[in-house]
Design a protein. Structure first.
Lengths: 408, 237
């Protein structure tokens, strides 16, 4: 009840000087708005990358040829052709690697396509029917490649959604023919757009072809592959799958020490980690700069609180004459500073919310406002206010009642 | 305690023993009080008179625990105030002393009743009781119909009556009034003095500063201050 009265007095003081209060908290408002927006932009960018990578498939491991580096993600992979279809078949065996549910060896080549008058250049992937499950993709139309397509080397292809759009511009691509390398292929299926964000174009701009067909018509290798995608049985089996794949491949490649492995296995997590770490660094940097504006805002509050104390010195004296203890005076000014900080924080969050709604359409970047950033901002805003209020409040509390009363 | 004379039949509320007060003003030291000894019994009505600058307000501020003395001793209800800390002094001002100032000293942003309830707030009285007692006190000074007016919407006399209501709301034993009628016309002066008379007849100790002889005449005892000294002794037995 005492606290309520103190709060009431603080609110009245803030209301009494409405314009000045708004100007006072402007610094905190801008600080909170920029910190919240920077964090929101950073989280949005990270979420975007994460979506892209989870669009690769679930519980996915990616085996690439070439030696691993300590960081887990290597620069130019696919240079050494050390992975073979025999490797992939071995990993598919439930005795060798029981935790691996699906195996999809892939080799690729970039080539130009023609459908009627439309031409387009993109990657053609030589795949097995298992690719669809391992990469967790669904079909928008038609069917996926089958075992029969592989054995019979049928001239069938499945198109990514944007490839289909480029070649047939909205028309139905099913059973249409596409010419690749002077050979005519029939479109039997079109993939759904990959889940996640719009910019994951490489997952939607592609052509899938039975690997046997690719070997004869495009000259891709019938024995080696550029990547083997592995799907663990479930999330709990991910590390077991990783270990089984490593052991099996080492045994097959007759490798004894890990340093000389001629392949590397990356997980989705490690890709996410690498891709988001630069985003995170940038976020921290920008957030730090925004935090400095919060500091400046705090100094603004302290300045105005000092003015407020000397302006209300007679009021302080009177309150003391009527029996206010130093603690009561200090609490009154601290509460006032906290109210100012909170007001600045709420205003700042309002601006941040407005920014979160308008910015994505302006700069094509999602802004993610999460509850902990909002609650954190409010706590920081109140904290900045209180810290800025400590000195002025202490000064008010220490005033001798008679000096305060007598001053004009 | 033993250095001071024993209290007489009327218990001493205020006992000053050779009190001085020196203000440091730059390199200059202003001696506002040069050795004041006095004794005021419970329920007495004392007027302080004297020329401007003689030290009346200084004395009053020390009596009200608003200011601290330089040398000497001040016993309030037998307790040496030098031994009390800030919080204890605040409590004394809150519960035992009511102030009425020449400049009223009301908070301009608050309506009359909120001004009156202030001492009760610092005493930790619950809100509903604060309001009830504040309205009560305002009724006693004849301002029942002005409780929601801000000081700026009241006449000088009405403002001083609000201040008197504030001084009596916490039911203090001592009321200190520093030229309470200095800014008032004769009708308002009469109103305020009548209220102070009421407080006195209810058993409170009244100490009042005035320049006017007819105001001082209402007191039981008049003390004259000149150059920081009492010219006629402070009634020390
Ligand atoms: N804060 C202060 N600093 C320095 N000198 C002061 C201070 N307060 C009062 N004095 C000096 O002490 C002396 C007594 O002042 P005080 O206010 O007690 O006089 P007073 O008797 O109340 O006069 P008045 O009738 O005009 O109110 C004066 O000379 C004054 O200048
Ligand atoms: Mg005076």
């Amino acid at each position: 009840m005492k606290a309520r009265h103190t709060l009431q007095v603080a609110l009245e003081a803030v209301r009494l000087n409405r314009l000045r209060s708004v100007l006072t908290v402007l610094g905190i408002t801008i600080g909170i708005a920029s910190v919240t927006l920077t964090v929101g932009l950073g989280l949005g960018a990270q979420q975007q990358v994460r979506d892209q990578i989870s669009a690769l498939g679930s519980n996915l491991l990616i085996v690439s040829p070439g030696s691993a580096t300590s960081g887990g993600v290597r620069g130019g992979f696919g240079t050494a052709t050390t992975l073979t279809r025999a490797d992939a078949e071995a990993l598919a065996s439930s005795e060798v690697a029981p935790s691996i549910a699906g195996v999809a060896p892939v080799s690729s080549t970039s080539t130009s396509l023609a459908a009627g008058s439309a031409t387009w250049t993109t990657s053609v992937y030589a795949v097995t029917p298992s690719w669809q499950d391992v990469r967790s993709r669904t079909l928008a139309a038609g069917r996926f490649l089958t075992d029969a397509d592989v054995t019979d080397r049928t001239r069938t292809i499945v198109l990514g959604s944007s490839t289909a759009q480029e070649l047939f511009s909205g028309g139905n691509p099913l059973n249409q023919s596409v010419v690749i390398n002077s050979v005519s292929f029939t479109v039997v299926g079109v993939l759904d757009a990959a889940g996640g964000s719009s910019s994951a174009t490489s997952d939607d701009d592609l052509v899938l072809m039975p690997w046997t067909t690719a070997a004869t018509t495009l000259g891709t290798s019938a024995t080696t592959v550029s990547t083997i995608y592995l799907q663990a049985a479930d999330a709990a089996h991910l590390s077991a799958a990783y270990q089984q794949a490593t052991a099996a491949l080492k045994a097959r490649h007759q490798i004894t020490t890990s340093g000389t492995a001629d392949f590397s296995i990356t997980t989705q997590e490690s890709i996410v980690e690498a891709a988001t770490s630069t985003d995170r660094t940038l976020t921290i940097l920008l957030g730090g700069i925004a935090a400095i504006s919060l500091l400046v805002g705090g100094i603004g509050v302290m300045n105005i609180m000092l003015v407020s104390v000397s302006e209300r010195i007679r009021e302080i004296g009177l309150r003391k004459a009527l029996g206010a203890k130093p603690r009561a005076i200090r609490n009154q000014f601290l509460t006032e500073a906290a109210v100012l900080g909170l007001a600045g924080g709420v205003l700042g969050l309002g601006i941040a919310a407005f920014g979160a709604l308008t910015l994505p359409s302006l700069i094509d970047q999602p802004v993610t406002l999460v509850w902990w950033a909002i609650v954190g901002s409010l706590i920081v805003a109140v904290g900045v206010g209180v810290i800025a209020g400590v000195y002025p409040a202490g000064r008010a509390a220490r005033l001798a009642p008679i000096d305060a009363l007598r001053s004009e | 305690m033993s250095a001071l004379p024993e209290a007489g039949p009327a218990r001493s509320v205020v006992m000053l023993d050779d009190v001085t007060k020196t203000y440091a003003q730059g390199s200059l030291a202003v001696q506002a009080l040069r050795g004041v000894s006095m004794e005021i019994g419970a329920g007495e009505y004392v007027a302080l008179m004297g020329p401007s600058g003689s030290g009346k307000s200084t004395l009053m501020n020390i009596l009200g625990c608003l200011d601290v003395l330089s040398t000497g001793r001040y016993l309030l209800d037998g307790d040496d105030v030098a031994n009390l800390d800030e919080d204890a002094l605040a409590e004394i001002r809150n519960t035992r002393i009511g102030f009425v100032f020449q400049q009223f000293n009301l908070l301009p942003s608050l309506p009359a009743w909120r001004n009156v309830e202030l001492p009760l707030f610092y005493a930790g009285v619950p809100a509903p009781e604060r309001k009830r007692r504040a309205l009560d006190a305002l009724a006693r000074v004849g301002l029942a119909d002005r409780v929601d007016h801000r000081p700026g919407e009241l006449s000088g006399g009405q403002q001083q009556r609000v201040a008197v209501a504030r001084a009596l709301v916490s039911d203090p034993a001592i009321v200190l009034a520093d030229e309470p009628t200095g800014n008032l016309d004769s009708t308002s002066t009469e109103d305020v003095l009548a209220l102070i008379d009421d407080l006195h007849s209810a058993g409170r100790t009244i100490i009042l500063i005035t320049h006017e002889a007819d105001v001082a005449a209402r007191a039981e005892r008049v003390l004259h201050v000149r150059d920081g000294r009492l010219t006629d002794g402070g009634g020390v037995r």
